[in-house]
Design a protein around this ligand. Structure first.
Ligand SMILES: [Zn+2]
Ligand SMILES: [Zn+2]
Length: 216
């Protein structure tokens, strides 16, 4: 038998020597690439052939030849931008860590060690919490971004972190201000200053007990 020769009439598509932006965008999304954040707004991109290029996202630079010699917005730069936008990797200035309470993946400020909390575990004003040391119910008056080792306990010369009952907690934890809940039927005339006093605790000392409004 005579081998049949391919008589395909499909025109051979030429491999465009100057791939346009559209094709780069498509390859940036479709190609198998691994993006590894290395800090300082830089990301290593591992290509299908195991070549590693480094993308500097804020500087819009890449170490690949396509970018260095042709000054294009290469597929590596595009891919990093896509993964940042989609939340697959932390944006510049952030690094990945686990939520202190539930372990869920969160992006914390880079070079700022200390416990981080996911959205769900970040306390809001009005949240009910239990003080783990005294097992009393409290209500959140304010969540701060100040560290327990920076905030002074009013009327003392020591910080929240150095307070005797707080020493077991991480001094880099954020400070949360709490109050004792008031009964709804309390006569406003009879509320005393002591009842309205706020206490500063490291976040980890408080156990979330739910929100007064309906959870979504
Ligand atoms: Zn590149
Ligand atoms: Zn959490």
């Amino acid at each position: 038998m005579v081998p049949t020769k391919s008589t395909s009439t499909t025109p051979k598509r030429s491999l465009a020597p100057h791939a346009g932006a559209d094709s780069r965008a498509a390859r940036a999304r479709a190609e198998r690439m691994g993006v590894v954040p290395i800090g300082g707004g830089c990301y290593d991109v591992v290509t299908e052939t195991d070549t590693v290029y480094t993308v500097d996202l804020p500087g819009s630079r890449c170490t690949c030849p396509d970018h260095r010699y042709r000054h294009t917005r290469c597929k590596h730069l595009r891919r990093v931008a896509i993964e940042v936008n989609e939340g697959e990797v932390p944006p510049p200035g952030k690094s990945e860590t686990g939520c202190e309470t539930c372990g869920k993946r969160v992006y914390a400020t880079e070079h700022e060690p200390g416990p981080a909390y996911c959205e769900q575990c970040t306390l809001d004003v009005g949240d009910f919490v239990v003080d783990r040391e005294r097992e009393t119910l409290l209500v959140v008056a304010r969540t701060t971004d100040k560290r327990a080792d920076e905030v002074r306990v009013p009327g003392t010369d020591h910080t929240v972190a150095a307070h005797p009952t707080n020493r077991a907690y991480d001094g880099r934890d954020v400070v949360v201000e709490v109050m004792y809940p008031l009964r709804a039927d309390v006569d406003p005339e009879e509320i005393t200053g002591t009842q309205l006093e706020r206490y500063s605790f490291p976040r980890a000392r408080l156990e979330q007990r739910g929100r007064p409004h309906v959870e979504r």
